[in-house]
Ligand binder design. Structure first.
Ligand code: AMP
Length: 286
C-alpha cells in the first residue's frame, strides 16, 4: 500500500492508472477505521481494480461548536487496517493541500439539505459536498462507495454527482453493526460504559417503528411517535429528530403508500455524544 499526501501526486497516479485502463474505486472517510469502513473497502475492491481510500478529517463540515479538534485520529492504526484490507493507495492530504486558497468556493444543494441533519447542522452539507467534489477531482475515481449509515449524505452526494455531471458511479453499502445492534461509528469511542449500553435504544426505536409499519401503520406522525416514545424511555436522551420520510427525496407525506420505500432516520444525544442511525423499510401491500 502506498501512502499519498499530496493532491498533485494523487492526480498523477490516477492519470497513469486511467491510461493503463484501470478502474479506480474510492472510499471517502474521516479515518479512525472500524469494521464498517472495512466493509466499504471490501465492496470498493469488488467494484474496481485499484482502491484509493481517502482519509481526511474535513474541518469545513464541523460547526465551531462541534467536535473537530477532538475527533478521534489514529493514522498508525488506520494504516495497518487499510493495508490488511487490501487498499492500494491511502490518500491522506493536509488541510493546506485540500484548501490551498481557503474555503471561498463551496457547493450548496437546495432542498435535500434543508431538513433533518441539515436543519440541525446548517453548514454541514456545504462542507461535505464541497470536500467530496474536491476529492473526486483529486482521486478521479470511476466509482465511490458511501455508507447507508449517513443516509441523507448519500442522497446529497448522488444529487451533486448527477447535477454537476460527475462521471462517477455512487454505490451505497449497508450499515455494519455491533453484535447488539448499535451501528458502528468512530464516535462510539466517546460513549462511557453506561451510555454505550443505553445507545441500544436507537436500534430498538428503529425496530419498533418497523414493526408498527409491518403491522399496517402508514401514518407518518404515528410512526414518528413510535420512535419518539421508545427513545423517551431513556430520560437523559436529547432527540434532534426521529422521523420517517420517503427514501428517494425525503418527502414527508401524511400517509405512506403501499410499496413506498421509507427511511426511518434519527439523531440523538447521549450525554455529549451525538449518534445517528436509520433503517430502510418498504410499506407492505401491493
Ligand atoms: P466517516 O469516517 O464516519 O465519515 O465514514 C466514512 C464512510 O463510512 C461513510 O460513507 C459512512 O457512511 C461509512 N460508515 C460509517 N459507519 C459505518 C458503518 N457502521 N457501516 C458501514 N459504513 C459506515
Amino acid at each position: 500500500m502506498q501512502i499519498v499526501k499530496k493532491v498533485s501526486e494523487m492526480q498523477s497516479i490516477s492519470d497513469s492508472l486511467r491510461k493503463e485502463g484501470k478502474k479506480i474505486s474510492c472510499v471517502p472517510t474521516m479515518g479512525f477505521f472500524h469494521d464498517g469502513h472495512v466493509s466499504l473497502m471490501m465492496k470498493a475492491l469488488e467494484l474496481g481494480d485499484i482502491l484509493v481510500t481517502y482519509l481526511f478529517v474535513n474541518p469545513t463540515q464541523f460547526a465551531p461548536n462541534e467536535d473537530f479538534s477532538k475527533y478521534p485520529r489514529d493514522l498508525k492504526q488506520d494504516t495497518k487496517i487499510a493495508e490488511k484490507a487490501g487498499v492500494h493507495y491511502l490518500f491522506c492530504p493536509d488541510v493546506e493541500d485540500m484548501y490551498p486558497g481557503g474555503f471561498n468556493t463551496s457547493i450548496h444543494l437546495d432542498g435535500i439539505t434543508d431538513k433533518f441533519e441539515g436543519k440541525f447542522r446548517p453548514t454541514h452539507y456545504i462542507g461535505v459536498s464541497t470536500v467530496v467534489a474536491k476529492l473526486f477531482n483529486a482521486i478521479k475515481p470511476h466509482v465511490a462507495v458511501f455508507g447507508q449509515k449517513d443516509f441523507q449524505q448519500t442522497l446529497v452526494i448522488k444529487q451533486m454527482a448527477k447535477e454537476l455531471l460527475f462521471d462517477i458511479k455512487i454505490f451505497v453499502a449497508p450499515t455494519l453493526r455491533e453484535p447488539d445492534g448499535l451501528a458502528m461509528s468512530s464516535r462510539n469511542i466517546y460513549l462511557n460504559p453506561e451510555e454505550r449500553k443505553s445507545a441500544l435504544i436507537l436500534y430498538t426505536a428503529l425496530h419498533d417503528a418497523t414493526q408498527a409499519i409491518m403491522n399496517g401503520e402508514r401514518r407518518r406522525k404515528i410512526i414518528n411517535g413510535v420512535m419518539h416514545n421508545t427513545l423517551r424511555k431513556l430520560s437523559s436522551i436529547k432527540i434532534d429528530y426521529a422521523s420517517a420520510a420517503d427514501s428517494d427525496d425525503l418527502d414527508e407525506p401524511d400517509e405512506f403508500k403501499p410499496g413506498q420505500k421509507v427511511v426511518l432516520l434519527m439523531a440523538v444525544y447521549l450525554g455529549r455524544t451525538r449518534l445517528i442511525d436509520n433503517f430502510l423499510v418498504t410499506i407492505p401491500g401491493k
